[in-house]
Design a protein around this ligand. Sequence first.
Ligand code: ZN
Length: 390
Amino acid sequence: MNLQKCIDDLATLVAFDTTSHRSNKPLIDWVAGRLEGLGYRVMVQQAPDEDKANLFASIGPEDQGGLMLSAHADVVPVAGQNWRTDPFKLHQDAGRLYGRGSADMKGFIACMLQAAPGFAAARLKAPVHLALSYNEETNMGGMKQLAAALRDSSYTPKACVIGEPTSMQVVVANKGAAIYRFKVRGFEVHSSLRDQGVSAVEAAAQIIVRSQQIQERMRKDLRHDGFEFPFSSIHVGRIAGGTAHNITAKDCEFMLEIRALPGRAAAPFIGELKHWCEAELLPTMRAIAEPSNIEIEEITDSPSLDEQGNARLARAMMPLCACHALGRVSFGTEGGILQQVGIPTIICGPGQINVAHQADEYVEISQLKLCLDYLEHLRVQLEHDPACFF
Ligand SMILES: [Zn+2]
């Protein structure tokens, strides 16, 4: 496989500004055209209410599930970040390729495109599916839509590799990712009359303190030492409310996230918080001012990836990517969504997660080379003994 062509494709992919709030269709159309030209059976799945799409392209035998390689096509915003070069123009320097999405995860898409002709020319004993999703960085709605279609299809993949940046090591587990927006409504009076008003800021503070009590219980609950932070976590990272020091705040909004360990889900934790708000906090607020309210909006709730479901796949993949130790990560991936519909999934891809989402995000050329080698080994395996994956 040609490393320079891979870099050229990455430059093209980076130049499509697929920040999550924008359409990914130009990129999807470009990839679809490339794969159709190679003889792939290409399905473009339109998002229900946005100008976005998933892509699912298959090659090889049509009568069985096969192996899916998957990437998300969207990237996080560059707004507010201080880049040294244009984030949407790939920039090469000292063995690194700089650009938004270079690591997360257009580097893997470029590698898939380089491997695509080889898969098409091979005598595959099991099919290969190349998938691209939308909105991974926001609510994972793209993969939820695609996974639902795959579950109900006659060609449900038997296994999947998501190429999120793991430095080409096999990652078998990740925590869930759930995000909630709390909107607290109080009642405005001059603060000298504080007992006649309800401060939304103070009510929000009570909810946050309550969430920290849940965190303390999480520390005594399930523990998994494969994760750097070995417990489920709950965290408030952003809050805004009030208008002046001498007015009880009418509104306060904050964002709360829950990262649940495999074996745990966010729903019971948020359910507990919601129950406490309704049964304890809200009645005290409404006793003062009837319009008081607490609204909890779920932005996303994506399940964890559990290594109970992918052990065989992980074992078969390790030698192909020269992985020595299985990894577990605390960032969310689409892997849990696929495992929920019965597709064993691991995470393995080029680049490092700690440069993802940052200014001057980059992928090392050596990582792309490792990934191309891995995909070559994968092709050989699919020609000879695909059963080892399933
Ligand atoms: Zn990613």
